[in-house]
Design a protein around this ligand. Structure first.
Ligand code: NAD
Length: 423
């Protein structure tokens, strides 16, 4: 294919970063320009206006989106976010991201993403429920267990997924629990889903440490973000012998060179409004200082675009495992590669969540519940195989792990596209 310029140097957004890596991987694979053009565009974009009755009786109109990037590999899969800043461009990029993530771990889904532009923190539960039901009804012909399967994302949780499942089921006149994943357990949610992403981060970290000949029981780790992903990754890594010396949240970082008791930190967070503020088993340091600590493994698990040109030179870790989506800018990535630091990229490392979402859908469709042990064993196997495949691809093409992950994903989707044929 023609040589395609990567993202301009000043662009640091996670989405620009993603597109620039996609281009590099497509070039390394020698992908036809024709196929590349199919893969970079979205197959369907739906924009709706949602009039919702607010608690004071007024009617407010919200913008809702659903973008289906690709259904080449199977029904599309992707979360729904409620966020004031969201726009169609962002949803489009996030939908493509889901295609690559599902393809890296080889689960039979395409990629999608949905959003409603709203601020759920200023809305009552009743208003959020009516909004969710209006959105579901507007998307009733888009969603479907064989077509497009949503899940929670920023600003949504199992509660919204329960309303979505109920409203969709009403529109069909029968209970259709496989239309959405991330549901509460009683509605057909899967055991193991809550810890799935952190668990996948743990599996990826251990697999990468093995390649780097880092012995877990003699290694240290710092983790940014102590929410769902960060706290489970910390707990599970500590259980396997890794010394977690620094954790952080929006209140700053907490450092203890002797190792932090993660179970205690979780207990503290859960009894202090979800925050680590005041946690005195570690020294409180500036959140940014976490990136410069002398540790073996660094796990950004908070938010996008945190490793940038501003702090990349301070990093001392030998391994970065991306729990968050898009934590490293494209420019910082180039420096990391130059410095020989291994990066287990987001579309690989945090795919444990979508993998167990897939298991939830499989269980719903077969009407049979798996045990937590079955869920964990199967997701660990998928994550380990995906890691090995990406690692071997990086050796074969002599490219960093991130580009290798895109090569694995694009290659799978492109081959499937060619077999399926076209108009
Ligand atoms: P969460 O809301 O449960 O936790 C986020 C944590 O990050 C909180 O502890 C918060 O205080 C902290 N944080 C926010 N800003 C920070 C900052 N500037 N410095 C330090 N800490 C900060 O979110 P989560 O579900 O754990 O998701 C974290 C990341 O992982 C996001 O990028 C998300 O998109 C990604 N992700 C999550 C899942 C999942 O299953 N939850 C799956 C794939 C990817």
């Amino acid at each position: 294919m023609a040589n395609i310029e990567t993202a301009p140097a000043e662009k640091e957004s996670p989405f620009e970063s993603m597109m620039s890596r996609l281009q590099v991987a497509a070039q390394a694979l020698g992908l036809d320009e024709e196929v590349y053009n199919v893969l970079k565009s979205s197959s369907k974009q739906v924009v709706v206006s949602l009039p919702v009755t607010m608690d004071d009786g007024s009617i407010k109109v919200f913008d809702g989106y659903r973008v289906i990037h690709s259904t080449i590999m199977g029904p599309s899969k992707g979360g729904i976010r409620y966020d004031m800043e969201v726009d169609l461009d962002e949803v489009r990029a996030l939908a493509a991201w889901m295609t690559w993530k599902c393809a890296v771990v080889d689960i039979p889904y395409g990629g999608a993403k949905g959003a409603v532009r709203c601020n759920p923190r200023t809305m009552s539960p009743g208003e959020i429920e009516r909004l969710t039901r209006a959105y579901t009804l507007a998307m009733a012909e888009v969603f479907g267990p064989d077509k497009d399967i949503p899940a929670p994302d920023m600003g949504t949780s199992g509660r919204e997924m329960a309303w979505l499942m109920d409203e969709f089921s009403r529109s069909r006149g029968t209970t259709v629990n496989a239309v959405v994943t991330g549901k509460p357990l009683v509605l057909g949610g899967s055991l193991g889903r809550i810890e799935a992403t952190g668990r996948g981060v743990m599996v990826t970290t251990l697999a990468a440490m093995e390649k780097l000949k880092l012995n877990p029981s003699q290694s240290t780790c710092a983790i940014q973000g102590f929410g769902n992903v960060g706290s489970f990754a910390a707990l599970l890594l500590q259980e396997r012998g890794v010394k977690v010396v620094c954790i952080s949240d929006i209140t700053g970082a907490y450092h203890n060179p002797k190792g932090i008791d993660i179970a205690k930190a979780i207990e503290y967070r859960d009894s202090h409004n979800g925050l680590l503020e005041g946690f005195d088993e570690a020294e409180h340091i500036d959140g940014e200082a976490l990136f410069g600590l002398d540790v073996d493994v660094l796990i950004p698990a908070a938010k996008g675009d945190v490793i940038t040109m501003k702090n990349v030179q301070n990093i001392k870790a030998k391994l970065i495992v991306e729990g968050a989506n898009g934590p490293t800018s494209a420019n910082a990535d180039a420096i990391i590669n130059e410095r020989g630091i291994m990066v287990a990229p987001d579309i690989l490392s945090n795919a444990g969540g979508v993998t167990v979402s897939y298991f939830e859908w499989v269980q719903n469709r077969s009407g049979y519940k798996w045990t937590a042990e079955e869920v964990n064993r199967r997701s660990d196997r998928i994550m380990k195989e995906a890691f090995d495949n990406v690692y071997n691809t990086s050796q074969q093409y002599n490219v960093p792990m991130r580009i290798a992950a895109y090569i694995v994903a694009i290659d799978r989707v492109a081959k499937t596209y060619k077999f399926r044929g076209r108009f």
